[in-house]
Structure formats: C-alpha cells, structure tokens
Design a protein around this ligand. Sequence first.
Ligand SMILES: NC(=O)c1ccc[n+]([C@@H]2O[C@H](COP(=O)([O-])OP(=O)(O)OC[C@H]3O[C@@H](n4cnc5c(N)ncnc54)[C@H](O)[C@@H]3O)[C@@H](O)[C@H]2O)c1
Length: 359
Amino acid sequence: MRSLLVQSFSSPCQQVMGIGRNRKLLMERLVFPASCIRAVCLHTNVSRVLITGALGQLGFGLARILRDQLGHHNVVMSDIHKASECVRDSGPYVYLNVQDQGLLARTCVEQDIGCIVHYSAILSADAEANTQRALDINIIGLHNVLEVSRQLNLKLFVPSTIGSFGPESPRNPTPDLAVQRPKSLYGICKIHAELMGEYYHTKFGLDFRCLRYPGVISEHKPGGGTTDYALKMFHDAVTNQVNICCLKLDTRLPMIYIDDLHHATAQYLQMPNNLLKKRTYNIGALDFSPEELALEIQKENPSFQVTYKPDYRQRIAETWPEKLDFSNAMNDWGYRPKYTLETACQKILRSLKSKLNDP
Ligand SMILES: NC(=O)c1ccc[n+]([C@@H]2O[C@H](COP(=O)([O-])OP(=O)(O)OC[C@H]3O[C@@H](n4cnc5c(N)ncnc54)[C@H](O)[C@@H]3O)[C@@H](O)[C@H]2O)c1
C-alpha cells in the first residue's frame, strides 16, 4: 500500500522535505491535489519544516497552508513568545530564539527538520527605533540560520522586502536585478540576507530561496512596518471611521493580499530546484497609494475619513519601489496573484466587520 502511494503520488511536499532522489525526480514532473499530497506525507518517513518567528503577522497563515499540504505534524511553528491556545492546538509549537545557534541546531536535529522558513525579524519602523536589537536579530539571527542550514544540509527560505531597494533603484517598475543601495537599517539587513544566502548557495550548495515580499495587506493588526499604514486604515475603518495616515496621500507602494503571499511562498518552496533560474525573486501583485486605498475602503464604508500627517515613515517609503516587476517569478515558476485591490479590500473589511460583531 505504501509503495503504491509513493509511486502514484510522488508530490511537491517531497521537495520541501528532501526524500530519496528517484522519487524526487519523478515528483518534479507531477502536480497533485492537496489530498493526495497529504496521503503521501502521512505514509512516508519525512523530515519537516520549521518556521521561525511564526507568531508574527505571516507565520500562522503560512503554517496553515503548509500543514494542509504536508500534514499537520510536519510543520513546526516557533517563536520567543508563549503561543495562544489556538496556535498550540493547531500543531507542533516550540520556543526558539534565533540568536541562540546551539538551540537552533538542537531543535532542527530533534525535530527532524528538512527546511527552515526564517520569518523572525525586526521590521522597518521598529528597526529604526532599536538599532541594536535589529542587528542582533536581522544579522546575527540570519547568520545562525544560514550556518545551521549549511551544517545540517537543510533547505532555507528567507523573505526579503521592497525595502532592500533604495532611491537609486528604478522605482516603477523595479526589476529583480537593479542597483540596491537601501537607506533603512531594515533594508540593509535584508540585502545582506539576499547576498549571504546567494553566497552560501554558490559556495556550499545550500538550497537557499528568497522572495522579495511587497507590503502585506490582511485582517491583522498593524505591526512595525511602514506599509502597515494600510492595515491601520482597515482597522480604523471598521472601528472609529477616522484614520490618521503616516504617509502622504500619493505615496505609491507595491502590496499583496496575504492569501496570495502565502500561496506564492508555499508554491515557491516546493518548486523543483532545477527549475529555478534565480535564488531571489520579486513578487508583486498590487500597487496603490493611501488615497487610492481610502477611496476603495469608502466604497464599502462611505463615512470613512483620512487625514494625512506624514512622519519619519514617509522618508522610508520614498526610497522604496512604487511597483515591482515580477515577470521572472511568473515565467520561471508560474507565480500568479489572484486578488485585486477591490477584492482584497472587500474580503478584509467584511472579515473585520464580522469579527467586530462576533468577537
Ligand atoms: N509583513 C510584511 O508586510 C512583510 C513585508 C516584507 C517582508 N516581510 C518579512 O516577512 C517575515 C515575517 O514578517 P511578519 O510580518 O510576520 O513579521 P512580525 O514582526 O509580525 O513577526 C516577526 C516575529 O519574529 C519574532 N522574533 C523576534 N525576535 C526573535 C528572536 N530572537 N527569535 C525568534 N523569533 C523572534 C517576533 O516575536 C515575531 O513574532 C519577516 O522576515 C519580514 O521581514 C514582511
């Protein structure tokens, strides 16, 4: 029964988890629905995915999708905070501080990890406010993750950002390969991650993969990122109808709806290595200004009002791309975002309203 399943359903999950070479080769030619992938993962002796910084905005959503595809117990969430009951009930969760290389290595060995998704980071606005903490986590933490991945021969995914570009980069559209002279500490840390990952790939054969994420829009509460002005607008629109925006009304930035981001990440992680022509790809989807977002929100919520009071985040945003060129991701591994600004706004506002009415 087991060998039948393996032969019939060699699946993308094996790419993530590093199964035998013949099965891997077979699988590279095949695509199967999630139900088949689940069946295989439950019947094979596979290693697992570890997500660092998984209690942030993006970790849980990606874990949910990967768990659906790979089996619940095959995706281990980790962070430095106590997890909610909902997270603990959803699958494996461990404490992991990425500044502790020994603990990271031990966790990977004990949990039989085959792939790390490295989400721990201090984001742009918070990094400007706390330089040392940003260096400790975004630089030292990254070095630890690279070293452990090399030593244990793990696949490593690290997200980068539009903040890795700078004012000298072409801004509309910004291609994958361009001048990158970021001015924010966060951007400097992320270009460091891109270059170090590519170096480890070339020098040690590390299966390093990186996507440059645009700003992410979702139902989540705003965090410490510059593009989080958009999240604040959504929250204010369903609570007090009034928003003070930290950017000028015409500051255009590339964005993506969270579901598109998670699906793109899961898809990219599972791509056969030999099909990837680059290790770092832009993934864009939408681009809009605060004024355009406010107008879209007003279609659902006509009494919503925004006042524009740009602060230090305006200087950060002005050095970033307005729109990303993501044609390489489309051509090389079939990236296709689904959500428009209109459909993303509708989904976010309706979900926030229903949570407000039924907390
Ligand atoms: N959210 C976005 O708009 C966006 C855009 C581009 C790139 N990214 C990147 O995606 C990744 C995830 O972003 P996010 O929005 O979920 O970030 P987030 O700030 O919401 O979460 C980061 C997580 O890292 C954890 N963390 C901090 N210090 C740690 C340590 N020493 N050890 C382990 N974990 C630690 C935090 O507890 C937090 O849960 C980050 O690398 C970020 O740079 C995010």
